[in-house]
Design a protein around this ligand. Structure first.
Ligand code: SF4
Ligand code: SF4
Length: 243
C-alpha cells in the first residue's frame, strides 16, 4: 500500500474538490492507496512518513511555509497539485498591488498573519512532480499514481495546447481576434477551453519549446496593448517582468 496525504495551503480548494470528483476511479485506486491524512475526507492526523503527499495551494504566510517544509521532510514524494501549487496561482496578482495594501483591503486594521507574495512550492522545497492546471487534470493524476504503483517513469507533457487543439480540428480563436494563450501554454488538458469556444488563459503554464516573442507579436498586431499582454501572461504567475 502507498501511504498518501492530501493537504491544502492558500487556495480556492478547487483542486481538493477535483480529487473528490475522481469518484469511482478513486475507489479502484483505494486498493493501492492508504489515505493517512486528508482534512477534506475528515481522516485523523498522521505523524509518520508519507510515500506521497499532494499539496494544493501556495503559501501566503510564514506559518504555511513552515507547514510545507515539515511536510517535505515527512514525505518521500511531494506533488504540487494544480497551478497554485506549481506556480503560485491567481493570487500572485496580489504582487501588482502589494501584499500590505491587499491585506488591509481584505482584513482592515486587524491583519492576522504576516502575508507574503504567493509563489509555487518549488520556491521553498524540492517538488518531485507537478500536476498543472486550474484545477489539475484528473487523467494526469491517475497517470502519475499508476506510474508510482507500477514503478514506471512519469513524464510531463512538453507540447502546447495548440497541438491538442489542432488534433481536435478546432477553428483557431486567434483568427477570431481572441487572445488565446494556447501557443505558449503546456498541453495535457485536451484543449478543453478552445474546444468550447473559450480562449485558453494559460493556466497550465509554460513548456520548453514555446515562442513567446512570436505570440506577443501576434497579440500586438491584433491590437492588444503592452499592459493587456502583461495581464494575460501574468494571470497565474509572474511570467513577464514589466520593462
Ligand atoms: S489551481 Fe485553481 S482550482 Fe486549484 S486551488 Fe488553485 S485556484 Fe483553485
Ligand atoms: S484556438 Fe488557441 S489553442 Fe487552439 S490553435 Fe488557436 S491559439 Fe492554439
Amino acid at each position: 500500500m502507498i501511504n498518501i496525504g492530501i493537504f491544502s495551503l492558500s487556495s480556492c480548494s478547487g483542486c481538493l474538490i477535483e480529487f473528490l470528483n475522481l469518484e469511482e476511479t478513486i475507489l479502484d485506486l483505494l486498493g493501492f492507496l492508504d489515505i493517512k491524512e486528508a482534512q477534506i475526507l475528515k481522516t485523523g492526523t498522521f505523524d509518520g512518513v508519507f510515500d506521497m503527499v499532494f499539496i494544493e495551494g501556495s503559501p501566503t504566510n510564514e506559518h504555511e511555509v513552515e507547514k510545507l517544509r515539515e511536510l517535505r521532510e515527512r514525505s518521500k514524494m511531494l506533488v504540487a497539485l494544480g497551478t497554485c501549487a506549481c506556480y503560485g496561482g491567481v493570487q500572485t496578482m496580489v504582487g501588482d498591488v502589494g501584499v500590505e495594501s491587499a491585506a488591509k483591503t481584505q482584513y482592515g486594521s486587524v491583519i492576522p498573519l504576516k502575508t507574503i507574495v504567493p509563489e509555487g512550492l518549488g520556491t521553498y522545497v524540492d517538488v518531485d512532480h507537478m500536476l498543472y492546471g486550474c484545477p489539475f487534470e484528473r487523467s494526469e493524476l491517475l497517470e502519475l499514481v499508476k506510474s508510482v504503483i507500477m514503478k514506471m517513469d512519469y513524464r510531463d507533457r512538453e507540447h502546447s495546447v495548440c497541438t491538442e487543439c489542432i488534433l481536435r480540428e478546432n477553428r483557431c480563436l486567434l483568427d477570431k481576434g481572441k487572445p488565446c494563450m494556447g501557443p505558449v501554454t503546456r498541453g495535457g488538458c485536451d484543449a478543453r477551453c478552445p474546444e468550447n469556444w473559450m480562449y485558453c488563459t494559460g493556466c497550465r503554464g509554460e513548456y520548453s519549446d514555446m515562442n513567446v516573442e512570436s505570440h506577443r507579436k501576434k497579440l500586438r498586431e491584433m491590437g492588444y496593448s503592452h499592459e493587456d499582454i502583461l495581464g494575460m501572461y501574468n494571470k497565474y504567475y509572474r511570467r513577464l517582468e514589466r520593462e
